[in-house]
Design a protein around this ligand. Structure first.
Ligand code: SAM
Ligand code: SF4
Length: 431
């Protein structure tokens, strides 16, 4: 979502004649868009500003704006501690960016814009055209969260759940497709909680599926308790909806899930996986895990390992619990850090093994790849298959934007390599 927000921040700044530059020492304005989900986020801001200061030693200072969830969470503390910052702008206030820049240019003093004007934000952004022409593009449809998992800052930094109107989303989607996008990933902190005037995520997916040149649809991130039957059902027939579902579970232990306030059990989660697989056997899953959550015993951790093996997640994102200031879990007794690190290593080793075996199972198999760009090596093209695996092939033809059947021949840690599948025509002899 921060990537989407950063693009929109740039689209806004373009309207007041700012351009992107790779030459950092030439920039007139820096916008640091930040994430606060895990530790070290604030330290990173100070560190990045330190690097800018170094570049501008003995030169006129550039405008420094800190955007995103660190700005929202830290507010005035950040302004007090780092005098080099000119303004803070929260994730729901960045539509005011140009006004902020112009105030700073006119020397109006330091600014803290961290309100929750989410409707106003999208109203303002709707009239600013996106300048991105990525083959695969992001589109925010929902923001914020009402679930209050005990470890998470999102409800405090992004605010309450909010869904954009279907018309706005369809129009932004058409614009992206007209600009060259062939795949859209619908974004939300709880994307499947999307609800606008009785329309749900399934209705929205059906609606954008009608856009002719849009070839692939994905969405992230889903919460298991919002996976309604209508969403499961569309996996029966939707040809554009990709069969990879990112479904964070966090832990394999019911005790820990309850203590996290996740609102479901492992049985509920496995039931959901079963229903989805029954609806469409091609579906595979990826997930997020928090290791070393307060109160996690060896037994709880083993339950997480059991779940990992049982579902066979093709991608698992795992992190040690990070106490976030202001969240209820931050006050709970931490698991010993050395033990948490050991568990993380065990978990990641197993998760990696599952991933490698899955990747090996693809050798000599055909996958469908949407090619996104040419690599630095001119004859190689990069794309992703239906399950978001990165694939590289050799081609002397421009494959950008095309979907091609590809035979996988080898793999390394992060990438699959293959060849474009060529149908062999049998010679036909006339009798
Ligand atoms: N809304 C999604 C859900 O409920 O599954 C997840 C969104 S959250 C922004 C992304 C991921 O960050 C979570 O799934 C969780 O694994 C991780 N995360 C959030 N807070 C964390 C914390 N305090 N410590 C470690 N990981 C955390
Ligand atoms: Fe955070 Fe997701 Fe829980 Fe909301 S549902 S509080 S975004 S982890």
């Amino acid at each position: 979502m921060n990537e989407y927000d950063s693009d929109r921040i740039f689209d806004l700044a373009k309207k007041i004649n700012y351009q992107k530059t790779e030459k950092l020492e030439e920039a007139d304005c820096y916008v640091l868009n930040t994430c606060h989900i895990r530790e070290k986020a604030t330290e990173k801001v100070y560190h990045d500003i330190g690097r800018v200061k170094k570049k501008f030693r003995n030169k006129k200072k550039p405008i420094i704006i800190v955007a995103g969830c660190v700005a929202q969470a830290e507010g005035d503390v950040l302004l007090k501690k780092e005098k080099y910052i000119d303004a803070l702008v929260g994730p729901q206030s960045y539509h005011q960016l140009n006004e902020i820049i112009s105030k700073i240019e006119k020397d109006f003093g330091r600014i803290n814009f961290t309100e929750f004007e989410v409707i106003e934000k999208f109203d303002s952004l709707n009239v600013v055209e996106s300048s991105k022409n990525n083959i695969s593009a992001y589109l925010t449809i929902q923001e914020g969260c009402d679930k209050f998992c005990k470890f998470c800052v999102v409800p405090y930094t992004r605010g309450a759940e909010f869904s954009r109107s279907i018309n706005e989303i369809v129009s932004e989607c058409k614009h992206l497709v007209d600009s060259g996008s062939r795949e859209i990933t619908l974004l939300g902190q709880n994307v499947n909680a999307y609800s606008f005037k009785g329309k749900k995520l399934s209705n929205l997916i059906n609606e954008i599926s009608k856009i002719k040149d849009l070839k692939r649809i994905r969405y992230t991130t889903s919460h298991p308790i919002d996976f309604s039957n209508d969403l499961i059902e569309i996996y029966k027939n939707s040809e554009k909806l990709m069969p990879l579902i990112h479904l964070p579970v966090q832990s394999g232990s019911d005790k820990i899930l309850q203590s996290m306030n996740r609102k479901h059990t492992i049985k509920d989660y496995l039931n959901l996986i079963y229903k989805l697989k029954k609806t469409n056997p091609a579906i595979k899953f990826s997930s997020d895990f928090i290791i070393g959550y307060p109160g996690e015993t060896d037994g709880d951790f083993n339950d997480t390992l059991t779940l990992l093996k049982e579902v066979g997640f093709i991608n698992s994102y795992s992190f040690i619990f990070s106490p976030r200031p202001g969240t209820p879990a931050a006050k709970m007794k931490l698991v010993d850090n050395k033990l948490a690190k050991e568990r993380l290593l065990v978990f990641q080793k197993k998760a990696n093994e599952i991933k490698i075996n899955y990747r090996k199972s693809l050798y000599n198999k055909k996958v469908c790849v949407l090619f996104e760009n040419q690599t630095k090596n001119k004859n190689k093209f990069f794309g992703r298959d239906e399950y978001l695996n990165s694939v590289i092939v050799d081609s002397s033809y421009d494959l950008k934007g095309k979907i091609k059947e590809t035979i996988i021949s080898k793999a390394n840690q992060n990438t699959l390599f293959g060849e474009i599948y060529q149908k062999k025509m049998n010679n036909i002899f006339a009798a």
